[in-house]
Design a protein around this ligand. Sequence first.
Ligand code: SF4
Length: 294
Amino acid sequence: MEFEVLENCSGFCPGVKRALRTAFDLRINYPHREIVILGQLVHNVQVSSQLKQRRIRTLDMEYDDLIRFMHLFQEEKTMYVYSAHGHFKDLEDEIDPTKSFLSDATCPFIKTINDELSTIKCDGKKIIYIGDKEHIEAIVSTRYLNSTNIQIVKTIDEINLNTIQQPIILINQSTYPIEDAIQKINESNFKYGLEIYNHFCPYLKLRIDNIIDTLHLYDVYFVVGSHNSSNANMIFNYLKSRNKETYLINRPDDYLDLDFRDERYIRKKAAIVSATSQDIDVCYTFRDILDDLW
Ligand code: SF4
């Protein structure tokens, strides 16, 4: 089996690059200051270890625990950094800016989304947010909406349209496609009106489009990314839905039990692509390991 890294489908997106630059530059400019990331900067074990090497701590906890933690344990003179996934006023309110320093690594695209969400008129409407209710982006973004009538779903199948008797505002997390939901509502007898805010990340869309262009060339795909990265899962699930043999790989020993020397893989080609929170160098490292193994 041959393994090939697809460069235009791998590596960091601009939002992640910016977040890393923000954190690493802080260490360069403030070599002796405590630096603490509020939540995971991005979902990536390699990045976590790079942060540790630079003595940058991560408060890796649920968003609401983070709020409580900062309320109780804010450290004086520490530099706190908001993660790439966004934050809401409830977290800002718990940080006394006269005691410590603040920096913001939020992805500009997510910032724009949240600004827009805060302006939507939600009265008398049902909000359906397509995303992962455990993910910090979904938790934070839905707090920008001026409504309590919000349902977060991973797929539109979780919604019973027959029970909704008011207009729907349909919104998606930046890593969740919205088209299926629009189609399902449009094809139903739903008659109360639909307002759509499609926030699918353009960089992720480009990555998917580039992968689509390669589907006729490769038999197997490896998606390099963390198991809790929503865009890694999105790319993985997309490839599975196209009936591609696909593996999500986060650590070099993830698939040691597989054997690609089996004769059904002879003369087959595997593509290595990555989540937008993965460095392309990691893809090449995995390629070398896979090459050595099989
Ligand atoms: S994938 Fe898109 S939304 Fe997410 S950090 Fe990158 S640029 Fe921002």
